[in-house]
Design a protein around this ligand. Structure first.
Ligand SMILES: [Zn+2]
Ligand SMILES: [Zn+2]
Length: 285
């Protein structure tokens, strides 16, 4: 089954399971239909594969902004089409989308450097560009992260298969993103972390906070929600972060974790209401 087919079929299943979120699932289903038609030969990565083992050992992810090669003119074309698509799909943020489209048209939005900033988590650069365009930073961040994820997801699996064996960090060995979902799988229920940006996954210690490394079981807990079999939320009282977990021994293997993430916003809301936040990258990379 194709990449997008897997995702749209899962969204259809979830729509039946949680009809109260039908609008969110419909939004992503239509966004996937748009992205499926976008090839992106203007986007490529040239990571430092030669020194990958050393970089991995030192806790540096494979990719950073420098590794991205972006052809500015077609990149602007893509962003313009994405913004128009979002304007058609959305009910909010129309003014911000118009402002960003205007900034693209007048050449004041440098797409290449902003995508690099997005990969490097240089939020300041994105906030500055948003202010200049008179748009909310969250809207520009969504556009940039959607673009980055789409092209990394399409390109990485074929171009690189970096080994993440021995990677002990709580962020992605390829793009440096924080894991958005963990999966418990296999007979022993081993923990695997999933990056939603580039879809890399890597093994992690089960009884340990993936963000701060805390192993004190007294401050590591989890909660479940009635009727949501196979889902739980791990919380760490030391760093006040949470991580959504899927038990694939109950739900079956091969679920697209990026879709599981966007379709479990209610779990995010419950954790955030209790004062927990999504994990952050701890190491200074
Ligand atoms: Zn990643
Ligand atoms: Zn922690």
């Amino acid at each position: 089954m194709s990449f997008f087919r897997v995702r749209t079929e899962r969204l259809h299943q979830l729509q039946k399971l949680r009809p109260q979120f039908a609008e969110v699932y419909d939004f992503y289903g239509r966004l996937y239909s748009f992205l499926e038609t976008e090839e992106g030969d203007w986007f490529s990565c040239r990571p430092d594969l030669q020194n990958w083992a050393d970089r991995c050992q030192a806790g540096f992810p494979l990719l950073n902004g420098e590794a991205l090669c972006i052809d500015e003119v077609p990149a602007r074309g893509f962003l313009g089409r994405l913004i128009r698509q979002l304007a058609e799909l959305g009910h909010e943020g129309q003014g911000d989308l118009d402002a960003l489209h205007q900034a693209l048209d007048d050449g004041s939005l440098n797409v290449g450097s902003l995508l690099k900033a997005c990969l490097d988590r240089d939020r300041w650069a994105i906030v500055q560009a948003s202010e200049k365009a008179e748009a909310q930073p969250a809207v520009l961040e969504f556009i940039l992260s959607t673009t980055l994820s789409h092209f990394l997801q399409q390109g990485l699996s074929e171009r690189f298969t970096p080994s993440s064996e021995g990677w002990q960090q709580g962020y992605c060995p390829v793009c440096g993103g924080v894991p958005v979902m963990a999966e418990l799988s296999g007979e022993e229920g081993g923990k695997v972390l999933h990056c939603a940006t580039c879809l890399t996954h890597w093994d992690a210690t089960r009884l340990q906070c993936s963000y701060c490394g805390n192993e004190d079981t007294a401050s590591l807990e989890y909660f479940t929600v009635e009727g949501e079999t196979g889902y739980r939320v791990n919380i760490c009282r030391k760093c006040s972060c949470y991580l959504k977990v899927i038990d694939t021994r109950e739900l079956g293997e091969g679920l697209p974790m990026d879709v599981e993430d966007i379709s479990t916003v209610h779990l995010d809301m419950l954790a955030q209401r209790e004062g927990f936040t999504r994990g952050k990258r701890q190491a200074a990379v």
